[in-house]
Design a protein around this ligand. Structure first.
Ligand SMILES: [Mn+2]
Length: 296
């Protein structure tokens, strides 16, 4: 496969623009209307089969009121023998999907994105995944690698933080940890501009949102009250069985392994609790790989 840096940069830059001018976006939140469907994934981490199935079955071309949520696409298991990690491919595929269906594809900022932007070391099996990602870009783009890295950074930074449905479902990569829920800066969801302080380790709103773990059902209640929603869907916390219910209002999804799942929702349905939402969970393993034709 020949890789053209200019084409890749063009796709990424166009997706960045589309992220920033999403018609339903206000500040850092996308407000979806009560029409059509919303298909939500958890972390994908370059799981190519699950991604291909998701995109194929979503069939956005033939379902113009269907929306999809994608997050934590980068940092997967595909390494070459020199430690070059190859998830930039998936990011570009997702960017191309965003370019084709700008009003239907929605990204969410995730903590691996922020780590990659900052060049922070998230270690997996003793290897820095951020370094591996950069080495993959260096291998494939040579002298153009810095331009590609800048474009990737801008794409990741342009992603919104949350999606809200008219029926009161809030979707974000995660929520703040239990002790940070009450003092969290909820204005971050509505502000047009985020600042360096919002991304700062431990103290920033974005950082605390996307790195938060282990909120209790009581914490989820407090979070949902502050954001004005009834139900919460996140990824971020690994789920060996594909998903978990955290109380009656919070569903945690994982899409990055062979037991991974996604959940399709009807945007005009008022779900009374998270168990009704969870009834719709789809396991990737139960779906055949789409043919190339079906994916078109
Ligand atoms: Mn995460």
């Amino acid at each position: 496969m020949s890789i053209n840096a200019a084409d890749v940069i063009e796709s990424i830059a166009t997706a960045t623009e589309e992220n920033l001018r999403e018609p339903f976006r206000v500040g850092q939140t996308v407000h979806l209307p009560a029409e059509g469907e919303l298909w939500v994934t958890g972390d994908i981490h370059d799981h190519r089969r699950n991604f291909a199935k998701f995109v194929g079955y979503a069939d956005l071309a033939n379902n113009p009121t269907r929306h999809v949520v994608l997050h934590e696409l980068i940092h997967g298991e595909h390494y070459d023998e020199h430690g070059c990690e190859e998830s930039w491919h998936m990011l570009v595929e997702a960017a191309e999907l965003k370019c084709r269906f700008p009003g239907q594809v929605h990204f969410l900022m995730a903590n691996h994105d922020l780590a990659q932007i900052h060049g922070e070391g998230i270690m997996k099996a003793g290897v820095s995944v951020c370094e591996g990602f950069n080495k993959g870009i260096k291998r494939d783009f040579g002298d153009a690698r810095y331009k590609v890295q800048v474009a990737v950074t801008e794409l990741l930074l342009s992603s919104p933080l949350a999606i809200k449905t008219a029926s009161g479902i809030f979707v974000s990569h995660s929520l703040p940890s239990e002790d940070k829920i009450d003092d969290f800066d909820y204005s971050a969801f509505d502000r047009d501009e985020l600042t360096k302080a919002d991304y700062t380790r431990q103290t920033g709103a974005v950082y605390n949102l996307i790195w938060g773990r282990r909120a209790t059902p009581a914490g989820v209640d407090r979070f949902l009250e502050r954001v004005g929603c009834k139900l919460l869907i996140t990824g971020h916390q690994p789920q060996d069985e594909g998903y978990a219910l955290n109380g009656d209002r919070h569903l945690i999804l994982a899409s990055d392994h062979n037991k991974g799942v996604f959940v399709p929702l009807e945007l005009d349905v008022d779900y009374p609790d998270i168990h009704y939402v969870a009834q719709n969970i789809q396991r990737f393993v139960a779906l055949e790989m789409p043919t190339a034709q079906a994916a078109e």
